[in-house]
Design a binder for this molecule. Structure first.
Ligand SMILES: [Zn+2]
Ligand SMILES: [Zn+2]
Length: 140
C-alpha cells in the first residue's frame, strides 16, 4: 500500500489516495463521454475503493457534474470549479464503494502501466492497442 498525491491543474484542489499494488493497473477508456469531457482520444483511470481517497485541500471548491451513463445510471464527476480538472468520477453502476480516479492527475501515477482498454468500440482507427481490449466493459 502506498499513498499517491493528486492535484488539479490550477492547484487549488489536492487529494491523496492509498493504492495497493494491484490497484496501480491503469484502465484506458475510449468512450465518447471521456473524449468530450477530457478533450483527448481516451482517458487513463484507476478504479479504487472510495475509502482510499480523500481531498486534502480545497474541498469547498469541488463541484459535481452528473450525467447518465450507458448503464442508464448516474455518473457523478467531481471537479475543481476553478480550472475544471476532474479528480474522480463515481459511476453509480459500479456501486457506492468504488470510484474512478484520473490517473494523470497523480504525478507519480504517470509511471503506471495500462492493464486493460474499455469501450474499444469507440476507439479511433489510428489508435494502437496497448492492452487487452473490451468492446464495452469486461464481463462481471
Ligand atoms: Zn483547479
Ligand atoms: Zn470513458
Amino acid at each position: 500500500m502506498s499513498t499517491f498525491e493528486g492535484k488539479c491543474h490550477c492547484g487549488e484542489v489536492e487529494w491523496e489516495v492509498a493504492l495497493e499494488d494491484d490497484q496501480k493497473n491503469t484502465i484506458l477508456c475510449h468512450c465518447n463521454a471521456c473524449k468530450t469531457l477530457s478533450g483527448g482520444a481516451y482517458t487513463l483511470n484507476q478504479i479504487v475503493p472510495k475509502s482510499a481517497f480523500k481531498f486534502t485541500k480545497g474541498e469547498d471548491k469541488v463541484k459535481k457534474y452528473t450525467y447518465t451513463g450507458d448503464s442508464g445510471k448516474p455518473v457523478h464527476c467531481y471537479y475543481c470549479s476553478n480550472c475544471t480538472a476532474h479528480a474522480y468520477h463515481h459511476q453509480t453502476a459500479l456501486g457506492d464503494d468504488k470510484i474512478v480516479l484520473r490517473t494523470v492527475l497523480l504525478p507519480k501515477g504517470m509511471d503506471f502501466q495500462p492493464a486493460a482498454e474499455v469501450y474499444g468500440k469507440d476507439r479511433f482507427g489510428w489508435e494502437k492497442e496497448v492492452a487487452n481490449t473490451f468492446e464495452i466493459l469486461p464481463p462481471e
